[in-house]
Ligand binder design. Structure first.
Ligand code: IMP
Ligand code: MG
Length: 197
């Protein structure tokens, strides 16, 4: 028994949505404990400034922060990429900036998923200009098949296939973020599917 339940739901538009568990809550937590230790080992004795991307990265940030020993601070940024559905256009714009300067700090960008890489490419360029001492990237999920931008994550929770996933912060039109596990979303009855080209 995994303890994780799949979700079946019918949308307002009549499409049937179902979520199949891909990574259980237990596996996520175990992996995060390992990543947190790795990050601390790479920067012993330094204050780590975790910068998360709203809203999807917040679950990962809070669990990561609780497992990193020593001094940690955090901040949040928000970006919008155009499109509300399972397809993204690759256009990124800043909708909420950080509260404080990152100059001279050891910054770990904490993201839910590295997909095309457009979001992280945009953020890394922005942050690099602000002269942090170190700039690293931690992502819970990596979908390498979809990569367009040459972006590399230093810490990766899980490498996953090209499927549209929800849960643990990840949404489909703002829903499903609260699932404690990561699942593959499938839409049937309409033209959409969880698999993306
Ligand atoms: P990228 O810019 O294409 O790398 O995508 C990054 C953002 O797209 C993530 O922070 C998510 O908000 C969203 N995204 C990409 N893939 C998925 C997915 O499978 N499910 C939900 N959101 C996703
Ligand atoms: Mg997101």
């Amino acid at each position: 028994m995994t303890g994780a339940r799949a979700v079946n739901d019918k949308t307002r538009h009549g499409d049937k949505e179902s979520v199949r568990v891909l990574i259980t809550a237990g596996r996520i937590q175990k992996r995060i404990r390992t990543l947190a230790k790795e990050i601390r080992r790479d920067f012993p004795g330094e204050r780590l400034h975790l910068v998360s991307v709203l809203k999807g990265g917040v679950f990962f940030l809070t669990d990561l922060a609780r497992n990193v020993p020593g001094e940690v601070s955090f901040d949040f940024i928000a970006v919008a990429s155009y499109g509300q559905n399972t397809h993204s256009s690759g256009q990124v714009r800043l909708t909420r900036d950080l509260d404080s300067s990152i100059e001279g700090r050891t910054v770990i960008v904490v993201e839910d998923i590295l997909d095309t890489g457009m979001t992280l490419q945009y953020l890394l360029r922005l942050f690099q200009q602000r002269k942090p001492k170190h700039l690293r990237v931690a992502v819970l999920l990596d979908k390498p098949e979809r990569r367009i931008a040459a972006v590399h994550a230093d810490y990766v929770g899980f490498t996953i296939p090209n499927e549209f996933v929800v849960g643990y912060g990840l949404d489909y039109s703002e829903r499903y973020r609260n699932l404690p596990y990561v699942g593959v979303l499938t839409l049937t009855g309409g033209a959409k599917s969880g698999k993306r080209e």
